[in-house]
Structures are given as structure tokens and as C-alpha cells.
Design a protein around this ligand. Structure first.
Ligand code: SF4
Ligand code: FES
Length: 251
């Protein structure tokens, strides 16, 4: 028999030029549904003016990023029972640190522009170590491709929303962008090296690792930022003993 819960869902509502407010809707839910199912049902049965984004429904497109009870999540893979108890209240709000376009949809244009700037490649690699542990087959057997979850950034923006530094310093390139720079490979672009070794680059990070905690794709931006720092320091040491021309920086 399907379990039935009754919960209150608080939807963040804001249209352009208006002040934000919460809209409360009591809903009967199956706790095994995902949060996106509730959002869709609220739109279909309660209020057709609710604006939200979604597409793939399986954590691939990155469109459904939002804050669920103050935590960044992909709504399409967040089971209701993982974020609220029967009779409780679930708050659904847009990602932080991006301008709200309407209700749960934010403008992530700045993220996409910065990702282009650092030459981010949407698909990175199929290295075995890039597979999330829970999807990695046990034992030495060949990885089963059906269960692979790779370290490909889906540009969902969750890490940018969770980052406490990006929140107070909008010029900071941000975890997704620095992870994109790392994935793109410094050796391919010496100018990129200068960008990440700047006041708005890797040194601005406070190592909070909130980005890694919320990333749904095993990109591990926090680790990648630390790796970039290591490369920058390595380059400085090399340059100290073997000065090079500016065009060679980062090689
Ligand atoms: S690094 Fe992770 S959390 Fe950040 S945009 Fe890419 S997939 Fe999303
Ligand atoms: S709908 Fe595509 S990631 Fe959630």
C-alpha cells in the first residue's frame, strides 16, 4: 500500500519588481515522491502562475536546482522523506547568489559566461576514480557503465548558491568556474592560469567545502580548487629557480 503523508509546502514566490513572500499549500504526498513532483502538482492543481524549471527528471540537465529547507538540491532526485517528516513543513526556494527571474527560477547567465571564459568542457572523463562510490561496482571487476556517475559538471549552480564566499564577493569566480578551469586543463591555456591566480581566483576560497557537499555530480569543486592552488604554488617555485617569459606562465 502506498504511504500517504500530509505536509505543508511553503513556496517562495517573487515576480519581477515585487517583494518576495511565501505561499503555503497543504499537500497529500507519497514520501517516496521527489520534491519536483510536488512542485509540478502544486502548479497543475493549485496555482498555474508558479514558475519553476525542469527537464530531464534524472539529474542530468541541472535545471531543477533549488533550495529545499535551506539546502541546495536537485529537486528531481530529492525524495520527500529525505527532507521532511509526516506533518512537517517543506520550504522550497530559488538558488541563492543569482538574480531571481520568477519564483523558483534564477538567472544563471553569469555562471555560463564564466564557464565559457575558462574553457569548461561539459563532459570531462570516464576515469574510474570519477565514479561516485555508491555507483562503483564492488571488487576488481570492470565498472558497469549502466551505473556510472561521472565527474561531469551539469552546470546546475548548486555549488555557487552554497558558497559563502560567492555570496559576499560576487567577483569571486566561484567553485563551478574554478572546477571548470581545472577540468579544462591549465596547460592548454596560460592566460587561464593568470585568471585563477588572481584576487578573484583560487586564493579567495575559504575552504568551506560547501560546494563539494552539495554537488550532485561528484565534480568535487573544493578538491579541484585545492589542486589548482597546488599547481599555482608549484609554478611559482619553478619560476623562482628558472625564470620564464610571461607567455610560458602555466606551462
Ligand atoms: S560543480 Fe557540481 S554543484 Fe557546481 S555547477 Fe557543477 S555539477 Fe553543479
Ligand atoms: S530536471 Fe534535470 S537535473 Fe533535475
Amino acid at each position: 500500500m502506498v504511504e500517504k503523508w500530509n505536509i505543508t509546502v511553503k513556496f517562495y514566490r517573487q515576480k519581477q519588481g515585487e517583494k518576495p513572500h511565501d505561499q503555503e499549500i497543504k499537500m497529500d504526498v507519497n514520501p517516496d515522491e521527489n520534491v519536483i513532483d510536488l512542485v509540478e502538482r502544486a502548479w497543475a492543481l493549485h496555482d498555474r502562475t508558479l514558475v519553476f524549471a525542469h527537464a530531464c527528471h534524472h539529474s542530468t540537465c541541472g535545471a531543477c536546482g533549488m533550495r529545499v529547507n535551506e539546502r541546495e538540491k536537485l529537486a528531481c532526485i530529492t525524495p520527500v522523506r529525505s527532507v521532511v517528516a509526516n506533518g512537517g513543513t517543506l520550504k522550497v526556494a530559488p538558488l541563492r547568489n543569482f538574480p531571481v527571474i520568477s519564483d523558483l527560477v534564477v538567472d544563471m547567465g553569469e555562471l555560463y559566461r564564466r564557464m565559457d571564459l575558462v574553457g569548461h568542457q561539459p563532459v570531462d572523463s570516464d576515469r574510474e576514480e570519477a565514479i561516485q562510490p555508491e555507483f562503483r561496482p564492488a571488487g576488481p571487476a570492470e565498472p558497469n557503465e549502466d551505473f556510472m556517475r561521472l565527474s561531469d559538471c551539469i552546470e546546475c549552480g548548486l555549488c555557487m548558491s552554497a558558497c559563502p564566499v560567492f555570496s559576499s564577493t560576487p567577483d569571486y569566480l566561484g567553485p563551478a568556474v574554478l572546477a571548470g578551469a581545472h577540468q579544462a586543463g591549465l596547460e592548454k591555456n596560460p592566460l587561464l592560469f593568470k585568471l585563477i591566480d588572481s584576487a578573484t581566483g583560487v586564493w579567495r576560497c575559504h575552504s568551506a567545502f560547501e560546494c563539494t557537499a552539495v554537488c550532485p555530480s561528484n565534480v568535487d569543486p573544493g578538491w579541484r580548487i585545492m589542486e589548482l592552488r597546488r599547481k599555482v604554488i608549484g609554478d611559482r617555485v619553478k619560476t623562482l629557480f628558472n625564470p620564464r617569459k610571461p607567455a610560458e606562465v602555466g606551462k
